[in-house]
Design a binder for this molecule. Sequence first.
Ligand SMILES: [Zn+2]
Length: 99
Amino acid sequence: MMKARKTPLRTCIGCRVGSDKQDLVRIVRAADGHVEVDPSGKANGRGAYVCRKAECFDSAVQRRRIDSALRVRLKDDDNDRLRREFNEALDASKQGSDA
Ligand SMILES: [Zn+2]
């Protein structure tokens, strides 16, 4: 008998709602401490998840939840860069679904 495969459920660090992994954007901290948005969801390292919504990203940044989830201390520069990467990930996923 095959077991039914469940889609992994992850919790958004912005709104704290659990969603399918594919509906979230992963943010990853690599072994060297570099934090980046991981659109593939497959990069090695400690990960945190945010809904594909700007407001969830904003709320995660404002409450410094990326810092606590990934055990890092992000600077304003890092948050700005992550926001750009996050927006790029959102744009990329839109293009994918429209095609
Ligand atoms: Zn959310």
